[in-house]
Design a protein around this ligand. Sequence first.
Ligand SMILES: [Zn+2]
Length: 161
Amino acid sequence: MRVSLSLRAARAFNDGCATALDSAELRTAIAKAQRASTTKRKLRQPKAERKAAKAEETSAIRDAVMARSRGRCECGCGQVLGQFGDGQLDHFWGRAKAPQSTQNCWMLAETCHRLKTLNKPSAESWLRDFIRHCERHSLLAEVVKARARLAFVLARKGEAP
Ligand SMILES: [Zn+2]
């Protein structure tokens, strides 16, 4: 917890003579410290709880996305996903880049997931596959985002979309 004190207050604390502070200044500093500690405690769950909640969220998204896939790789290759875990949940934009949702996650066959992670054959081709997938399922916000990203990637290469 960090609380900023006035320079005079900080000096007084350092000198071990907080009594030198006028009482208004001291009250302000204490009130500030209390506000800071209670808001933080209210906002932040313990790490283990946050981790468990996240795992639960991912699991629910995986179930929903698997159901949407109807057992086929969602990249459009048509591969049938086996029953025993060879459908893999891919966070299209990456786990850290966008809050996970059924809109930005899709179910990929293990082989496709590996290629996508390596950006093979190219980032553009994966963006185009993702756009087609999102259009099939009317995930319009993702379509807009992916088209913008595609335009950016192509502009960087000096090509028109
Ligand atoms: Zn595929």
